[in-house]
Write a protein that binds this ligand. Structure first.
Ligand code: ADP
Length: 271
């Protein structure tokens, strides 16, 4: 177990404002050794939720950000050449399986297809990790839990979860929190007062209604927190929103202009 995992184990749960019944669903899934799939847009609280639940359940958390080069060997481990010859080095998934940690695979649909071969036997009743290279079958230690997330907004036909994979998981759908909850999150996370938080949430609601622009993503809770933090640090709110929200969302001049108009309408000259 490395130092960062130990630190996480000892930490008190980070602040998390629930959207619904997700905490109790997760607790029951953990008690039943069932894997969990979290769907939702970027920056809506998926990672924070998993961090919060791992601390609450007293389990170490190993997070893996998936990308299109991530292979089964990156998860499971590989032989490395050392001074004593070749040695087997466990990958992060194997460490989680041996330790009984919660293993969180963020944006799992990005990973290479060969990863499903190692995830499937872990995600069903077998709860075993086959290590092809060494012939070992590692049984998951008590407390081990597989959690994966993905953003259905990015989904295309090539990059969606196969039914045979998704049916192994208890699924939860996240979206941006309702206004009162999001306001509390922005107040807490950015350290701004409730009026500023309310304006930022009002802005997010207006921006999320814009559908006639070619935006891949819309204003997330994360972006609101960033704008709030810039403002708390002394930047006028209008500028903070321009930098942390508008320019973060688009590279296109016309779209930026349209989003900027919404910002000026909502934040106005009070900023
Ligand atoms: P995701 O994993 O969905 O991309 P994160 O969990 O990283 O999003 O959330 C981004 C940021 O937004 C967090 O660091 C936190 O500041 C804030 N946040 C979003 N939702 C919540 C929530 N429900 N409770 C507390 N903070 C939240």
């Amino acid at each position: 177990m490395d130092h960062s995992e130990l630190t996480r184990l000892a930490a008190t749960p980070p602040f998390y404002a629930p959207q619904g019944q997700e905490e109790s669903i997760f607790e029951h899934a953990h008690a039943q050794s069932l894997p969990v799939l979290i769907k939702g847009p970027t920056g809506c609280g998926k990672t924070r939720f998993v961090e919060h639940m791992a601390a609450r359940l007293g389990r170490p958390l190993i997070t893996i950000s998936c990308h299109d080069d991530l292979s089964a060997a990156d998860l499971v481990g590989r032989h490395l050449l050392g001074t004593q010859g070749t040695v087997w080095v466990d990958g992060p998934l194997t460490r989680a399986v041996r330790q009984g940690a919660i293993c969180y695979l963020d944006e799992v649909v990005e990973a290479r297809k060969d990863t499903t071969v190692v995830l499937h036997p872990l995600a069903d009743d077998r709860r075993v990790l086959p290590i092809e290279r060494t012939g070992e079958q590692v049984a998951a230690a008590p407390g081990f839990m597989l959690v994966v997330s993905y953003n259905p907004g990015y989904q295309n036909l090539l990059k969606s979860l196969k039914p045979s994979t998704r049916q192994r998981f208890v699924a939860m759908t996240f979206s941006y929190p309702e206004a009162a909850v999001e306001q509390r999150i922005v107040e807490q996370e950015a350290g701004v007062d409730f009026q500023v938080a309310a304006q930022l949430v009002q802005l997010a609601v207006a921006l999320r209604r814009l559908t006639d622009h070619d935006l891949e993503e819309t204003a997330s809770t994360r972006l609101l927190v960033m704008a709030g933090r810039l403002h708390r640090s002394g930047l006028p709110l209008l500028q903070a929103c321009q930098a942390a929200i508008v320019d973060a969302l688009t590279d296109d001049g016309d779209t930026a202009e349209a989003l900027g108009e919404v910002v000026r309408a909502v934040i106005g000259i009070t900023a």
